[in-house]
Write a protein that binds this ligand. Structure first.
Ligand code: NAI
Length: 246
């Protein structure tokens, strides 16, 4: 399905990013995997992808940094003959109520979640336009759709990602590139593992499907958006949230 395509996935060393990377590799894509800190974990994902028959290279990068992102995107376009799929998945939270939130925590969360998606889209846009079927998939959150107490920075960043998604969809449509967003609800990963038990209990009761989702359930939706099966979908936000935000 994705044979001959190259996918760039940010935040690929664990959680949802790892699941997306391996799902795309299973569908036949080669992988440029972006990680922030753990080379060992990123190399582990590369190894698994190679077992699936993919070419896979990992690159260390703070996605919030313009120059580092540019250098890595330039390296990717040298190392792979095409860039067809970009998944802006890297994300981070620094939760606090608005009355206590520091400027640093606001800027850091906007930096990773929103500017990171901008940086990689900006630096890979020309390469994606050269692809016969360019695809950009941004991982946003239900927090960006409905707000969430304690997450002013994160909700603002993820809502910003939706605005970015729709504008990029309109700008690049004429070049055959689609741009969509996936909005997960409560998904079992390191990000949610540290939530207080009361929030985990809330996740179950507030979600109509009465459970948290898995990283693979998000990854399957991303793989659909990366495939030719989604060719007439652009500027869309698909919730993968068990019905939480309806
Ligand atoms: P995670 O914390 O397990 O993974 C996040 C990844 O982003 C990590 O690999 C981390 O190293 C990377 N990252 C963080 N800062 C970075 C930076 N400056 N530069 C490069 N990489 C960086 O979290 P998870 O759950 O896998 O989240 C993946 C995406 O899904 C994020 O965008 C998150 O906001 C989003 N999401 C997650 C939900 C959940 O319930 N787990 C719900 C809604 C959205």
């Amino acid at each position: 399905m994705l044979n001959g395509k190259t996918a760039v996935v940010t935040g690929a060393s664990r959680g949802i990013g790892k699941a997306i990377s391996l799902c795309l590799a299973r569908a036949g894509a080669d992988l440029a995997l972006i990680y922030a800190g753990s080379k060992e974990a990123a190399e582990g994902v590369c190894k698994e992808a190679k077992k699936l028959g993919a070419k896979a290279i990992s690159y260390q990068c703070n996605v919030a940094d313009w120059s580092q992102s540019k250098a890595v995107c330039d390296a990717i376009t040298q190392d792979f003959s095409t860039v067809d799929i970009l998944v802006n998945n890297a994300g981070a939270t620094q939760d606090n109520l608005i009355v206590r939130m520091s400027e640093e925590d606001f800027d850091a969360v906007i930096g990773v979640n929103l500017k990171g998606a901008f940086n990689f889209t900006r630096h890979l846009a020309r390469a994606l336009m050269k692809s016969s079927s360019g695809r950009i998939i941004n991982i946003t959150s239900v927090s960006g759709l409905m707000g969430n107490p304690g997450q002013a920075n994160y909700s603002a960043a993820k809502a910003g990602v939706i605005g970015l998604t729709k504008t990029v969809a309109k700008e690049l449509a004429a070049r055959g590139v689609t741009c969509n967003a996936v909005a997960p609800g409560f998904i079992q990963t390191d990000m949610t593992a540290s939530l207080p038990q009361a929030v985990k209990d809330y996740a179950h009761t507030a979600t109509p499907l009465r459970r948290m989702g898995s990283a693979d359930e998000v990854a399957e939706t991303v793989a659909f958006l990366a495939s030719s099966q989604s060719s007439y979908i652009t500027g869309e936000v698909i919730r993968v949230d068990g019905g939480l935000c309806m």
